[in-house]
Design a protein around this ligand. Structure first.
Ligand SMILES: Nc1ncnc2c1ncn2[C@@H]1O[C@H](COP(=O)(O)OP(=O)(O)OP(=O)(O)O)[C@@H](O)[C@H]1O
Ligand SMILES: [Mg+2]
Length: 510
């Protein structure tokens, strides 16, 4: 038996203005969980895209089970039993799960002995079996549009299994999941490993690496820094190697200086499309200089509160007041003008134009105002200066600076750009939903500092996060939401994370 199932030797991949992978060599043993760690833009996705046949390396060689391969497409990789779950899933909404899985590779039967046609019954049965065997809890006849993100991800896993993948690449699979779903996924990965699969896991979360990985390769700015056994390496060491300096996990939060109430929400009720209340009689207010955090398990109404405040969702009853003005029925745009800035969970859907440059995207909110536009003429030099400032402040890394096309940037750096742009509005009220999802620890540290700076400036901040650590670190006041209701609201220093956790599970009195 071969020592290594995958070997990538001296791989170099260049993009305009950047060496995304610089002479990287890794070797992966059959049956291990191999983690890839590195800052946003370090080259993790690029390296794995080459193993999956989506890009070809400029230099270097790939060996699978000791045999040299040259992949020209992901079908070539699949033929060598390699599968990949991308961060953005590639599923067809209107098809069933089984149809999605067999798309392009159906079990054929010949109807009337001539026409090949898809044997969907057989596919349903086989997929149900695979699902049961690996504990995936997926029903093959459900439609994709009816199932949540966590199930869609497991459909991608089934797709790999169905195509007989033995080497499975996961690109930041946990970034889209809640803490409970993460536990479930890690169990599934463990089951796959026990069944002899080889797993490559890209993640920014070091606890996950600690829990499940055997070895960990650390990339920094395209270069391989080291490969460590996970058992013998501390989280702090991993973090330091990744960033290239000592990383501090503690943030010192300046003393609070609260002003007047900026936002008041009174008796807010929001209904879903089926007239079912998803936010029930919620009241709270946020003062200038205050971070009010809503803690809760995903799907308990927290994003609907944010959508109601920004005007994306209609309010059934209750009142929303911003700086003394009732805005309950005001159009979205006017609310933004009145001083609300919003960073929603789905960042793609909020005015990012993938085919535009970074500088155009950064100025998207401002382009028709001075100094970006004078007498109707766009001032491109100003765009450039402004973008360069934000690139520095938010450490946005890319191949060609302000001129880089948004689409070509790494996932985490796209996130940094969008978050930076919204913070720079310096609004009265800033709403953050999962602000640090997909970011590396250095970038998280930086975004947390920027949020605290906005607080010191006097902004009112609504923070909605599934990460309890993030809430405990930043919040001045915590409201715990359960089933659409605020079960408990209290100053952050009066609650421990255990107590918050209990309220999140719907336990009213401890
Ligand atoms: N198609 C492309 N065209 C141009 N540049 C690219 C392309 N794909 C990636 N890059 C650049 O290569 C570098 C590495 O990107 P990659 O996506 O591999 O990073 P990553 O480590 O996966 O980061 P993240 O944690 O943010 O996902 C980035 O600077 C990115 O801008
Ligand atoms: Mg990536």
């Amino acid at each position: 038996m071969q020592d290594y199932i995958v070997e990538m030797r001296h791989i170099t991949k260049r993009f305009p203005g950047i060496v995304a992978n610089d002479d990287v060599s890794i070797a992966i043993r059959p049956g291990e969980v191999y983690a890839l760690l590195g800052e946003n833009g370090a080259g993790k996705s690029t390296l794995m895209s080459m193993l999956f046949g989506m890009y070809e390396p400029d230099q270097g060689e790939i060996y699978i089970r000791g045999e040299k391969v040259a992949f020209h497409s992901s079908n070539d990789a699949a033929a060598h039993n390699i599968g990949m779950v991308h961060q953005h899933f590639k599923l067809v909404d209107t098809y069933t799960i089984a149809e999605n899985i067999v798309l392009g590779m159906a079990p054929m039967t010949k109807k009337f002995g001539i026409f090949p046609c898809v044997d969907i019954k057989r596919a349903n049965r086989e997929i149900a079996e695979l699902s049961a065997r690996y504990g995936l809890e997926v029903n093959p006849t459900d439609k994709i549009c009816d199932v949540p993100v966590s199930v869609r991800q497991r459909v991608e896993i089934l797709k790999m299994l169905y195509r007989r993948a033995e080497i499975m690449i996961f690109d930041e699979p946990t970034a889209v999941l809640t803490p409970q779903e993460i536990d479930f996924l890690l169990q599934i990965i463990d089951g796959l490993r026990k069944d002899g699969k080889t797993i490559i896991l890209i993640t920014h979360k070091m606890e996950e690496i600690k829990r499940i990985a055997d070895r960990c390769a650390i990339l920094r700015r395209g270069k391989l820094i080291d490969v460590r056994s996970v058992a013998g390496t501390s989280v702090q060491e991993m973090a330091n190697m990744m960033v290239g300096r000592e990383v501090s996990f503690d943030q010192n939060k300046p003393k609070a200086d609260f002003g007047n109430a900026v936002l008041s929400v009174e008796h807010l009720t929001v209904e879903n499309d089926h007239h079912f209340p998803v936010v029930r009689d919620v009241s709270f207010s946020i003062r200038s200089g205050e971070i009010f955090a809503i803690a809760g398990v995903s799907g308990n109404g927290q994003t609907q509160i944010a959508d109601a405040i920004t005007g994306m969702l209609p309010v059934s009853s209750g009142t929303i007041t911003l700086d003394g003005n009732v805005i309950t029925r005001m159009p979205i745009r006017s609310r933004a003008r009145e001083g609300i800035s919003y960073i929603p969970e789905d960042r793609q859907g909020m005015g990012v134009v993938m085919d535009f440059s970074l500088q155009e995207n950064l100025a998207l909110r401002e382009y028709n105002r001075s100094p970006f536009s004078k007498k109707g003429i766009l001032q491109f030099d100003r765009f450039r200066e402004y973008a360069d400032q934000l690139i520095g402040r938010y450490d946005i890394r890319s191949g060609q600076g302000a001129k880089t096309q948004m689409r070509s940037m790494s996932g985490g750096n796209q996130q940094k750009a969008i978050i930076g742009r919204e913070i720079e509005e310096h609004a009265k009220l800033i709403i953050f939903v999962q602000p640090t999802r997909g970011l590396d620890i250095g970038a998280i540290e930086n975004i947390h500092r920027q949020i605290l700076d906005e607080r010191s400036r006097g902004a009112a901040i609504l923070l909605i996060s599934l990460e309890l650590d993030e809430i405990m670190k930043l919040a001045d006041t915590i409201g715990v939401i359960y089933n659409g209701e605020l079960l408990k609201t209290a100053p952050a220093e009066e609650m421990t994370s255990q107590e918050v956790g209990r309220y999140m599970m719907g336990v009213k009195e401890a």
